[in-house]
Design a protein around this ligand. Structure first.
Ligand code: ADP
Length: 236
């Protein structure tokens, strides 16, 4: 592997995924995400977007082609390395997926506890990411005491806390109103500018148009466009 190739965070090479029942969810899809990029994956419902994220976390494996995430070859890796693969990235979900019985602080700290971080390191690091995500005042609150936007900030803080190489965000603004979504996008933009690669699945034309970042468009399992600089569905 040469130096340029080893910089790539994610490589999809001629990837085809056919589910049981015969649905071709991805058909000969190729793209590469480099370190530091912010990439949107867009496309109508059923296009194959979730299949891309499922391949990245080894929830599925490719039927044909090659998927590499960091140093992990998804098609060939051993199951015992799946936890390490998932720890190497931060995941942000549309429905937040916070633990309801834990406070903001505890939700974020928990992600560090499960990787065996020391208490001192946890205290310092959690306090840093809560401040970075605008949650310092809310550390004692439980998820049901927070707005949707605040809950998603906790989701982002949790994704960030173990210093992942990249973040995969699956419709992170899907449950939020426009202004709140804008705040979340500003936060993701800042995080990206600090060096974290971000791959985000979204339906929102507005967000894609406003952010002017790279857009990968998937339709019927095929990669239709891969362009820098954001555009809406109308131009597809
Ligand atoms: P998107 O995320 O863009 O909505 P998906 O990747 O979830 O699309 O789905 C792509 C296609 O694969 C759809 O036709 C969907 O019905 C099908 N599909 C997704 N998951 C499965 C599965 N586990 N078994 C069978 N078909 C599936």
């Amino acid at each position: 592997m040469d130096n340029t190739a080893s910089q790539s965070m994610v490589v999809f090479e001629n990837v085809t995924k056919i589910y049981d029942g015969g649905v071709t969810a991805l058909d000969d899809v190729s793209f590469t995400v480099e370190k530091g990029e912010f990439v949107f994956i867009i496309g109508p419902s059923g296009a194959g977007k979730s299949t891309i994220t499922k391949l990245m976390i080894h929830e599925e494996t490719p039927d044909e082609g090659y998927v590499r995430v960091g140093d992990f070859d998804i098609g060939k890796m051993h199951r015992r390395n799946i936890a390490a693969l998932r720890r190497s990235m931060g995941m942000v979900f549309q429905d937040f997926r916070l633990l309801p019985n834990k406070t903001v602080y505890e939700n974020v700290a928990f992600a560090m506890e499960i990787v065996g971080a020391s208490n001192k390191h946890i205290r310092r690091r959690v306090s840093t990411v809560l401040s970075q995500t605008g949650l310092s005042e809310k550390w004692k609150f439980y998820p049901d005491q927070l707005s949707g936007g605040e809950q998603q900030r906790v989701g982002i803080a949790r994704a960030l806390v173990n210093n992942p190489k990249f973040i995969v965000a699956d419709e992170p603004t899907g449950n939020l109103d426009g202004d709140t979504a804008e705040g979340i996008m500003e936060l993701l933009d800042e995080i990206n500018k600090c060096g974290t690669t971000i791959i985000m699945v979204t339906h929102s034309q507005q967000i894609v148009d406003r952010m002017k970042r790279r857009v990968i468009a998937i339709e019927n399992g095929k990669l239709m466009k891969d362009e820098q600089g954001g555009y809406s569905y109308e131009s597809l």
